[in-house]
Design a protein around this ligand. Structure first.
Ligand SMILES: NC(=O)c1ccc[n+]([C@@H]2O[C@H](COP(=O)([O-])OP(=O)(O)OC[C@H]3O[C@@H](n4cnc5c(N)ncnc54)[C@H](O)[C@@H]3O)[C@@H](O)[C@H]2O)c1
Length: 272
């Protein structure tokens, strides 16, 4: 997600500092962006000059301190509350007082991230969707602690990225995932209980509801580990049995079937 959000921000004229834990990973992400931009030029979707300018706006780094002077830091690390809390605490130490610290979490409590800093009024969620360059929505998530100025800045950033912004309170799943993930989880339940095959479940939702992708293909795109973390976070918040992760999903994650990113999930991607 981090790479996609960096692409969107740079394309729309923002200077981006792309930070990974290792310089080599940050460099590789920018190299992948260069390739992707070149493909877009080849297909006539992007002017060559715009691709060059986009790339020139992205500075890869392995140092957290290089984020010090950013107006906005939007983290995209693994969906794990402890990891994100540590990161917010570190960002709070290194970033300038004016910097807004935002998270792209799909469902974790933004208020807890805000309280891991000494600037809870300048922390919020800015939730892009996957793939970020394609999907038009951004959820601006307002924890109880955020100031109106922070939310207005987050909304302005999302709109400057060419996205439609909606505002939502800090509650697990926000709008989209609170509605989407019980549906995806129940699709796995249909598969697990043998009610229908993978292909028939996906075909049914495409043909019957006009959805562009079936639910099992969506889970592979999102990542089964990220999906499980989202479903677990919904269950933690609401304790609703309908939000309890289906055992098959948990077992697939344990076995390393994470979807597209690992080469296999409900579908096999090893040849694509
Ligand atoms: N996958 C989606 O469809 C989707 C959509 C919207 C938002 N998100 C959110 O984006 C975030 C990232 O999700 P993803 O699907 O890209 O996950 P991912 O597992 O593909 O990538 C997470 C990255 O975080 C890195 N990482 C782990 N610990 C780190 C740390 N301490 N510091 C820096 N980097 C660290 C990992 O090396 C990895 O590159 C999550 O919060 C997720 O909820 C994901």
């Amino acid at each position: 997600m981090g790479a996609g959000v960096a692409e969107v921000a740079a394309k729309t004229g923002h200077e981006v500092v792309l930070r990974s834990r290792k310089q080599a990973t940050a460099d590789a992400t920018v190299a992948a962006l260069e390739k992707s931009l070149a493909k877009q030029v080849e297909k006539g979707k992007l002017e060559e000059g715009d691709a060059k300018e986009t790339l020139s706006r992205v500075t890869p780094t392995g140092h957290l301190g290089d984020l010090a002077n950013c107006d906005l830091v939007l983290e995209n690390v693994v969906e794990d509350l402890a990891v994100k809390k540590d990161l917010f605490s570190d960002l709070d130490q290194v970033c300038d007082d004016h910097t807004i610290l935002a998270t792209n979490t799909s469902t974790l409590p933004v208020t807890e991230l805000a309280m891991a800093t000494a600037r809870p009024d300048r922390v919020c969620g800015i939730h892009f969707f996957n793939p970020a360059p394609v999907m038009t929505l951004v959820e601006v998530v307002r924890p109880m602690t955020a100031s109106d100025e922070t939310i207005a800045s987050a909304r302005a950033f999302a709109e400057a990225c060419g996205k439609t912004a909606v505002e939502v309170k800090d509650q697990a799943g926000f709008i989209v995932n609170a509605l989407l993930f019980p549906y995806l989880n129940n699709a796995v339940k249909l598969l697990e209980t043998g009610v229908a095959t993978r292909d028939d479940i996906d075909s049914a939702m495409k043909g019957g509801c006009g959805f562009p992708m079936g639910p099992l293909a969506v889970l592979d795109l999102v990542g089964l580990d990220t999906s499980l973390a989202i479903i677990d976070a919904l269950y933690d918040e609401f304790r609703d049995p309908n939000y309890a992760a289906v055992p098959l999903l948990r077992r697939m994650v344990s076995a390393g079937y994470l979807g597209r990113k690992s080469g296999a999930g409900f579908y096999d991607y090893s040849k694509s």
